[in-house]
Structures are given as C-alpha cells and as structure tokens.
Ligand binder design. Structure first.
Ligand code: FAD
Length: 332
C-alpha cells in the first residue's frame, strides 16, 4: 500500500484547477513521506491531459478509458474507481469537492468499506497520519478528522490550496488501465450535456466572485454586477433570496443549499450575511462587502466593508478597476 491518489476531473480538453491544486498539495505530502502522487483520469482519448498533471507534480497518471466512461455516470465511475483503487492500493484518495465527487466518493468509500471526510479545507500529516480540517455547524467551527481505515478518503473544497507553478520539464509515467464495465453497471445513460450559457468560469472554480443579494432589487441589478465581473474576470454568484425571487438561476446560489466557494476575492453586494450564506463563502480569502446598512452581519466577516448604495458603489468599483486593469479580463 503506497501513494496518494488524486481523482482528477476535466472540462473539455482542460484539467480542472482543483485537480491541479490537489496534485500540487498531494506532492508536498508525498515527498515528505517518500511516496508518489498518482493521478487518475476516466473517459476517452485522455492522453493529451496527462502532461498537464505531470507539470503540477503527478509522478504517475493512470488513464482509464472506455466508451462507457465518456460521460460521468454513477454506476460506471463507481465500479471503475473501486477497481482501480483496489488494484493500486493507495494510502490516501483525494477528490475535489465537486458535484461529481459528492456523488462518487461516498459510493466508492462504501464499496471499499472505509470512511470519507467531506468538504475539507485543509490536510496535514502528523506522526505519519493524515488529518483533514472540515468546517462544521455551517462554518462556525472546524473539526479535525482522521481515519484508521485505509485508504483514507477525502473531498477537498476548491481553492483550499494554492497551486504551484506548472513545470514543463516534469514528466510522469503514463499508464492505461482496463476496467470491466458491463451494461448492467450502467444504471443511467447520459443523452445530452448542455453547456452553461453564461460562458463564465464555474463558480466553484472561480478566483474572483461578484455576488448579489436581495439588495440588487431585480434581475436587471445583475447587469451592474456583470459589468464589474467582466472587468475583473469574475464569476457571478447570488444569495438564495435573489434566486428564490427568480432574478437568476439556482446554479448561481452560494450557501448552505447552494454552492460552496472559496475564491481569492468575494465581493458581496446587497447581501446581509445570513449564516446560511456565510456557510458557502466564509472560507473566501478576501471578502469585500457593499451594503447600505452599517449593522449588516456581512461586515462581521468582511475584510473590507463599504457602507453605501450598491448602485453607486459598484459602478465606481468598475471604473476604478477598468483604469487599473484596462478593460475586460478573462474569467479567472
Ligand atoms: P436580505 O437578508 O434581505 O439582505 C439584503 C441586504 O441588502 C440587506 O442587508 C440590505 O441592507 C442590503 N441592501 C438593500 N438595498 C441595498 C442597496 N441599494 N445597496 C446596498 N445594500 C443594499 N441563503 C443563501 O444565500 N444561500 C443558501 O444556500 C441558503 N440556504 C438556506 C437554507 C435554509 C435551510 C434556510 C432556512 C435559509 C437559507 N438561506 C440561504 C436563506 C438565508 O437565511 C437568507 O434569507 C438569505 O441569505 C438572505 O439573502 P440576502 O442577504 O440577499 O437578503
């Protein structure tokens, strides 16, 4: 039994940033304990993706290819990953805390008869044992958890670790693995995948998020936020109040019953800072709040607070950032 396995994900022909973060951080731990980082990818035609994982520190990349793994399905992926983990026998298996991982990781843990630490924000080795930090009670407290059963499995919140710089001189051993997936393993068939219409970076992967709440007053309020987002290269999020009012899609909801995000910069506009919203963005590295109520709870977690009307402040921020950055940035 050896190695730290990263279950890597990709969109189109690009590996997701979260997978690079895990490879990068996994490599630090692997080096400290004299083990290797093994990234595993599922799908078809995966060869071009392997090199990028090597550049972030993967020692080995396993490509598990099959027509039946071309799109994510619970049955096929659970079977394939369980087989690969049994064969490779790693000490630790890490996933990004993605929609896929929330479905896949518990099923694989159950099949392997081990535990799973979910939505972790840190991991560290102490006396040869890995400990994970998990926010609990909607982010009000943190629990440190570990497991005696191996492999130790965990899902890690995106943006929890800084990603090292890619090093193009690094290579990994690339191996193809065969798995047997019968038709009976496929309980669902993906007929069509629709791309997000916004063209913006996915919220959970975003480095900068501009979010709007009830204070934006209506769907047209989001245009003001989008203009700022275009300038700083941000994704646009929302509170549940804005989503429930029908002003934007549920895909944009941040919080306990929405997405959990951890960007470098979170700009909350017209959001009061309810505990359920904080549960989804409280681990952001820098929080800027714009709210006309100086007593709003969001100011208790904000690194920078601007008391004022967002319809005056946000266009001013846009102007300032345009001057500094000089026009629209690519979503980061
Ligand atoms: P409000 O609380 O109404 O706040 C609006 C803010 O806008 C106020 O602070 C006001 O001062 C400010 N404002 C108004 N006009 C302006 C202006 N012109 N300029 C500047 N500021 C202005 N909420 C989530 O967000 N995500 C979740 O996932 C979520 N899950 C939930 C799960 C459960 C089980 C429950 C019970 C609730 C959940 N909620 C969630 C709802 C949550 O409790 C709050 O109701 C919600 O977050 C409030 O959204 P808000 O801050 O946009 O609205």
């Amino acid at each position: 039994m050896a190695g730290i396995m990263i279950v890597a994900e990709y969109i189109g022909d690009k590996v997701r940033g979260t997978s690079f973060e895990l490879v990068s951080e996994g490599k630090k731990i692997a080096d400290a304990i004299g083990e290797e980082v093994i990234a595993v990818l599922f799908g078809n035609g995966l060869d071009p993706l392997a090199a990028s994982l090597a550049q972030y520190g993967a020692d080995k990349v396993l490509l598990v290819e099959s027509d039946k793994l071309a799109a994510y399905t619970t049955g096929a992926f659970s079977k394939a990953l369980t087989e690969v983990v049994k064969e490779v026998d790693p000490n630790i298996v890490l996933f990004g805390n993605s929609v896929m991982a929330k479905d896949l990781a518990p099923r694989v843990a159950m099949r392997l008869g081990v535990g799973l630490a979910t939505d972790c924000t840190n991991m560290e080795m102490k006396a040869g044992k890995v400990y994970f930090t998990r926010p609990i009670y909607a982010g009000k407290a943190f629990a440190k958890v570990s497991s005696d059963a191996t492999p130790v499995m965990a899902t890690i919140r995106p943006n929890s670790f800084t990603c090292g710089e890619p090093d193009s001189s690094k290579n990994a051993v690339v191996e193809k693995k065969n798995v047997t997936i019968e038709d009976v393993d496929l309980r669902t068939v993906i007929k069509e995948t629709l791309k997000q219409a916004s063209g913006r970076v996915e919220l959970t992967e975003a480095n900068i998020i501009v979010s709007g709440g009830r204070g934006i007053k209506g769907p047209e309020g989001f245009k003001v936020l989008e203009e700022l987002a275009d300038v700083v290269g941000a994704a646009v999020g929302a509170s549940r109040a804005a989503v429930d009012s029908g002003w934007c899609s549920h895909q944009m909801q941040v919080g306990q019953t929405g997405k959990v995000v951890s960007p470098t910069l979170y700009i909350a506009c017209g959001i009061s800072g309810a505990i359920q919203h904080l549960a989804g963005m409280g681990s952001s590295k820098c929080i800027v709040a714009v709210n006309k109520d100086p007593e709003a709870n969001i100011f208790n977690v904000a690194d920078y607070g601007i008391v004022g009307d967002l319809f005056e402040i946000v266009p001013l921020l846009k102007e300032e950032f345009t001057q500094i950055l000089g026009g629209s940035q690519e979503s980061a």
